[in-house]
Design a protein around this ligand. Sequence first.
Ligand code: GLY
Length: 365
Amino acid sequence: MVAQEKDRTVVADEALGYPIIVAPGVVGCMNEFLLSRSYRDVVVLCDANPAVRTIAQRLVRRLRPQARLLAFALGERRKRLSTLEVVLDGLTTVGAERTTLLIGVGGGVASDLFGFAAATYMRGTAYAHVATSLVAMVDAAIGGKTGVDLAGGKNLAGAFRDPVAVFCDLDALQTLPYRHLREGLAEIVKAAIIEGGDLFEGLETLAAHPFYRWPWESIVVDAIRIKAAIVRDDRLEAGDRELLNLGHTFAHAFERAGGYRMSHGAAVAVGLRAAGMLALRLGRFSEEEHLRVLALLALLRLPMHAALDVDATLAAMGADKKVRKGRLRFVLPRAIGDVEHGIVARRATVRNVLERVRLRPGAAG
Ligand code: GLY
């Protein structure tokens, strides 16, 4: 599943059928990849945020074959059909064809949205993603989920469509605002709760050290390996892939009820706490393990409360893709290293958890 090659680590090539390349700076890897394929035409789509645009411009200058660049204002609140239309129109304007390779550059929103554009443009064009945020590297860009939010809920329109390759640019982590890097850790904590063992213990140890001393390559590779192993066995989320939604039923509802002002990483951090509390209340998780997860979240200085409207959040949960016959279903920890999915909970119990994670005015976050 993990192969070390020259200056990079290649993950999941055989498991998923496409390589996930983790390296500091990815232009060289990208050119080698393009040489090994026969794409004659490349269009790079990037988030217009200055740090990401700089990475995309550098890529475009050095890519062979020469690529054209289109930049779009993104952000959690723009992951909508209206933005998708702007991207698709941009592709027609530059004359992208069905055989054009589209390369998306950016974080989680870019990966979901540009991936969806590639899945739909001319009924499907080849797509590669250059992940520039931690959330994209360890979650969003891996596994072929693409999509946008609808007024009715998060990620409600989309397609499963595998990329031809994913490049995780470790250098980009240095350009991330500190807060984004920290919040991206929530997805890694999620992977660590699913896997348990060394990754969880490793994070407990690393939490005491400044980020510049963290072995980012091995952490990113570990989280990708965990996700890829689950996705390999359940590409379309008919079963165990739901495990990757640990904390996300809460997180997506926080995001939607809050008008997508909360970052996904922050929402996942609070969602992990809420999932642990719910599992505890249902008698499916021990207090000791729950406190160990909370201690890790606290050591990583991840948020554990959200400014939320409980009724609106409960209503938003009703639009979760895991709801069946109107019943809320959750992914919950049974132990660190043992997570279960499809757990039904009563609304009153969920409400109680939401009351506990709600940030009260004047209270510390
Ligand atoms: N983000 C969860 C998944 O890809 O299944």
